[in-house]
Design a protein around this ligand. Structure first.
Ligand SMILES: Cc1cc2nc3c(=O)[nH]c(=O)nc-3n(C[C@H](O)[C@H](O)[C@H](O)COP(=O)(O)OP(=O)(O)OC[C@H]3O[C@@H](n4cnc5c(N)ncnc54)[C@H](O)[C@@H]3O)c2cc1C
Length: 368
């Protein structure tokens, strides 16, 4: 007999929603988190003091599925949000094991054994809620290490011009947080904000914070059409990233290129993270490779995990939710009908997915 009805991997908003719902429905469960605290993924990726927006997509009409996990309406700073959620987990006495780094799932007769670096847990069901934050390599030519990374500590960039790459909300948040830190430290070195496209796409709330920073005197320079090109190690042994900022065709196949070079330690790349496709592959979960003409949202060659409307993978009893299945997955609508489905990576959706998956587990248990 399995120890738990459900083992959950990852104590982000999605995993915590699963644990709370499982407790409410009387399912035995354990939540495994590799970090030292709940919401470790958020602690690691949000800049200090970042406001947390309680964004609900326009397509959704319901409020947050678990109100205790919703960011407050006044866009509280991340530290307050984390403290609030930690207090909620404690008050509810959720069964959480910190410092448990998930490695593998072994299938046995009646269920699964979830293997972490430290322990083994048997469960009838497993929910993968480990988010999407697997760092990607920038994929440029050259010797230097050019792995994308977020803003761990704004102080590391005080006194040095910094390049932030990416055209979306995550990059804009980093630019605003970094600008604030530099301004408060009396540092007027420039934050260069580069994106490979001409247009930047940010939400209203994020744009307002950024506008405020500029008005308060933040030194922010925007570089549209900035393409990372080469990772080189310079004569002093420093890893540098060269970005192309302008390209002019001077005729007869000759191009004039203009570029800038930044030490990699002052490059923050918010260029999206690598999805957990390799992990799903290792676990033997069914995925589909996007081919031209079939996938309309994802790039050709992307591996997309297949999920039922309850977020169950092709392996009965294993579910995947939240950031781990964003920004797209293949929805198994009915037997044989597959649909490429967009899935917004926000707190609201992770919580909603978790509640739905646990409800499905409870319903199945009740009917057997
Ligand atoms: C900079 C930034 C700003 C954002 N701002 C907002 C915002 O204002 N509002 C909003 O709604 N959304 C925002 N988001 C998105 C939001 O944070 C995510 O959608 C949400 O955290 C996803 O929840 P999750 O539970 O699926 O994953 P995560 O929050 O990523 O949690 C996954 C957890 O799994 C753990 N984990 C990973 N691997 C393992 C392993 N091998 N073993 C055990 N545990 C593991 C991680 O440590 C982490 O704690 C932002 C994202 C970023 C990066």
């Amino acid at each position: 007999m399995a120890e738990y009805d459900v083992t959950i991997v990852g104590a982000g908003p999605g995993g915590l929603a699963c644990a709370i719902k499982a407790q409410e429905l009387g399912l035995s469960c354990v939540l495994l988190e590799k970090g030292k605290r709940v919401l470790q993924g958020i602690i690691d990726t949000y800049p200090k003091g970042k406001k947390v927006y309680p964004t609900i997509p326009k397509s959704q009409t319901d409020p947050f599925a678990i109100e205790d996990l919703a960011p407050g309406p006044d866009n509280e700073p991340v530290e307050d949000y984390v403290a609030k959620v930690e207090a909620c987990a404690e008050k509810r006495k959720l069964s959480i094991r910190l410092g448990e780094d998930f490695q593998d799932i072994e299938k046995d007769g009646t269920g699964f054994t979830v293997v972490t670096r430290q322990n083994r847990y048997t469960a009838s069901n497993v929910i993968l809620a480990f988010g999407s934050n697997i760092p990607v390599d920038l994929g440029v030519y050259g010797e230097a290490k050019t792995v994308a990374r977020g803003l761990d500590n704004p102080e590391d960039h005080i006194g040095a011009p910094t390049l932030v790459l990416g055209g979306g909300n995550a990059a804009a948040d980093v630019v605003a947080a970094l600008s604030k830190a530099k301004r408060e430290a009396g540092d007027n070195t420039t934050i260069w904000w580069g994106h490979r496209r001409e247009q930047f796409r940010v939400d209203k709330d994020v744009a307002r914070d950024l506008g405020e920073e500029i008005l308060l005197g933040g030194s922010i320079r925007i570089l549209p059409g900035a393409v990372p090109r080469i990772g080189e190690v310079d004569a002093d042994g420093v890893d540098r990233l060269i970005i192309q900022t302008r390209q002019v065709d001077v005729g007869q196949g000759v191009e004039l290129n203009q570029g800038m070079s930044f030490p990699m330690k002052h490059v923050i790349a918010c260029v999206g993270t690598q999805g957990p496709a390799p992990v799903f592959g290792k676990l033997g979960l069914q995925q589909i490779m996007c081919v031209a003409g079939v996938c309309k949202i994802s790039k050709e060659g992307t591996q997309l995990v297949m999920l039922t409307p309850d977020f169950e993978t092709g392996t009965k009893g294993i579910f995947a939710i939240g950031g781990a299945v964003s920004p797209t997955y293949i929805l198994i609508e009915q037997e044989g009908v597959l649909k490429e489905t967009k899935h917004t990576n926000i707190i609201y959706m992770a919580i909603k997915d978790g509640v739905r998956a646990v409800q499905a587990i409870a319903d199945r248990r009740a009917s057997t």
